[in-house]
Design a protein around this ligand. Structure first.
Ligand SMILES: *[C@@H]1O[C@H](CO)[C@@H](O)[C@H](O)[C@H]1NC(C)=O
Ligand SMILES: *[C@@H]1O[C@H](CO)[C@@H](O)[C@H](O)[C@H]1NC(C)=O
Ligand SMILES: *[C@@H]1O[C@H](CO)[C@@H](O)[C@H](O)[C@H]1NC(C)=O
Ligand SMILES: *[C@@H]1O[C@H](CO)[C@@H](O)[C@H](O)[C@H]1NC(C)=O
Ligand SMILES: [Zn+2]
Ligand SMILES: [Zn+2]
Length: 466
């Protein structure tokens, strides 16, 4: 973010160490896996030096607080941090895993310190670094708002950056995908029979992008998306939506969509219309860990959405909290491609710097952390509704939101309402009702919600035992 504003069935090859196995190893077989990495934000200037204002360009002259070999909370990622993340991932990777990579490679520095060439060089460096660590693994990237110069200003037709990305990602993508990528920065590709990745260029809908501000369908991506989803449905495929800037509302702000509001509304309506074919949404950009549930217009939960925390630990001086460096693995059902679980990994940056060694660890396993039976939309809706009543579950959600950055930072009252409303309501009408009613808005009132039963149609029922 612009801070503040801003493959194939699992082989039982036994190649990965035991550490990769979950607590309850009930996942094999019928389980597929993929990694999600996002917001690497390499700062090539990062180096240890006695003058704390000179450690990294991304601190913009602010003195680094506690710089070490793996980084600082006021700086973007040193190369060493990114390498240590990929080294750890590589030890846990199995031959049939794949990777989704949702963008933002260059550092947060003033436009004058970058150029189209420098931005392309950083994307190239990250692409090569990923290929060196995962030579035989399929990677599906999406472009971020920092993957352009000047940042955010992604155009609606071909340009040096889209063309460079298409060239760099040629080993991972097929010709049809490379063609739309070089023209509009988006693509779709079959991962394996029955599963398609749709990589959207949501920077076309991002508020700071002046180029597209008055357009109804920049680069024709909405039309392309609908056609792609219709075609996937006809071919009996399921789709994973991947993109950098997420749909919906920012969880730490009030009434602020991550995308431009009118484009957010359009995207929500497309996702609702085609929710049957979408088996999951995966985003980055906020640098924090959060969940969203897409409800249809009747309030029925139809899609599960996941926002992965960043590898970069950067925060601005005025932000109250940041995130420890993080990446994650998703486990999915190889029959219907629904999400089974998330294994979230993190690096305790303070500790890694103290010890001069990076011990990446599992932070939590999602189902275990919240006692969920599955990650289906209904389960996540119930989890979100329970947050208004149960503070312990929400407190742990908020701790994960910051990737364990600082346990003394808490979120209650208005902060919690913003989080819960952003989790459950992605469109303007339902979100507004939610914040007006203090976290109980939308069509979810006083512990009731509309229950859709196929036989009986709409009914209102009491939410038992949240
Ligand atoms: C990427 O950049 C780092 C320095 O920032 C350098 O050490 C490394 O060799 C580069 N890697 C590639 C593959 O270009
Ligand atoms: C978009 O419309 C507004 C209001 O009419 C105008 O001020 C602005 O210059 C337009 N932007 C572009 C890029 O055309
Ligand atoms: C990270 O390490 C520091 C220093 O050892 C410790 O104080 C802190 O509690 C750790 N945080 C997490 C989330 O493990
Ligand atoms: C919804 O309604 C169905 C049938 O009317 C019922 O079996 C189910 O338990 C209800 N679900 C909830 C969450 O109340
Ligand atoms: Zn970012
Ligand atoms: Zn971003």
């Amino acid at each position: 973010m612009g801070l503040l504003s801003c493959v194939v069935p699992l082989l039982l090859c036994g190649a990965a160490p035991l550490e990769a196995a979950p607590a309850k190893s009930s996942y094999l077989p019928g389980t597929g896996r993929f990694w999600h990495i996002t917001d690497l934000h390499l700062d090539p200037t990062y180096h240890l030096t006695p003058d704390p204002t000179k450690v990294c360009s991304s601190s913009k002259g602010v003195p680094a607080t506690n710089p070490g070999v793996f980084g600082d909370f006021l700086c973007d990622s040193p190369y060493r941090l990114i390498q240590s993340a990929f080294d750890h991932m590589a030890t846990l990777t199995k031959p049939d895993d794949f990777i989704i990579w949702t963008g933002d490679s260059p550092p947060h520095v003033p436009a004058g310190e970058l150029s189209t060439d420098l931005v392309v060089q950083v994307i190239e460096n990250m692409t090569e670094t990923i290929r060196q660590h995962f030579p035989n693994i399929a990677v599906y990237p999406a472009l971020g708002n920092h993957d352009y110069w000047p940042q955010d200003q992604m155009p609606t037709s071909t340009n040096a950056v889209y063309r460079a990305a298409a060239e760099l990602w040629r080993p991972w993508l097929q010709n049809e995908a490379l063609l739309t990528l070089s023209q509009g920065g988006f693509y779709s590709q079959l991962v394996k029979p029955g599963l398609r990745v749709v990589s959207l260029n949501t920077i076309l809908y991002y508020g700071p992008n002046k180029v597209t501000e008055n357009m109804t369908d920049p680069a024709g991506q909405f039309e392309w998306l609908e056609k792609t989803l219709q075609k996937a449905a006809r071919s009996l495929e399921k789709v994973y939506i991947i993109a950098h800037v997420p749909v919906g509302y920012l969880p730490w702000a009030r009434r602020t969509t991550a995308l431009r509001e009118k484009h957010n509304e359009r995207l929500v309506s497309i996702f609702r219309k085609h929710s049957d074919v979408i088996a999951g949404h995966f985003y980055g950009h906020t640098h924090r860990d959060s969940i969203m549930v897409l409800l249809d217009q009747q309030g029925k939960p139809v899609n599960s959405l996941f926002v992965s925390p960043a590898v970069t630990p950067i925060k601005s001086l005025l932000q109250p909290y940041s995130n420890n460096p993080a990446f994650r693995m998703y486990l999915y059902d190889t029959e219907d491609f629904s999400m089974q679980d998330i294994w979230q990994y993190f690096l305790n940056l303070t500790e890694a710097n103290e010890r001069q060694s990076a011990a990446w660890r599992r932070e939590y396993v999602l189902r275990e952390a919240f006692g969920l039976a599955d990650l289906k939309p209904l389960s996540l809706l119930k989890l979100g509704l329970s947050f208004m009543e149960q503070s312990t579950a929400f407190d742990s959600y908020f701790k994960h939101f910051m990737v364990g950055y600082d346990s003394s930072v808490t979120c209650g009252g208005a902060c919690k309402i913003s989080q819960v409303c952003a989790m459950l309501y992605l469109d303007q009408l339902a979100y507004s009702r939610c914040v007006e009613k203090g976290g109980r808005g939308g069509i979810h009132l006083r512990g009731h919600f509309l229950n859709i039963s196929h036989e009986k149609g709409l009914r209102v029922s009491k939410l038992s035992r949240l």
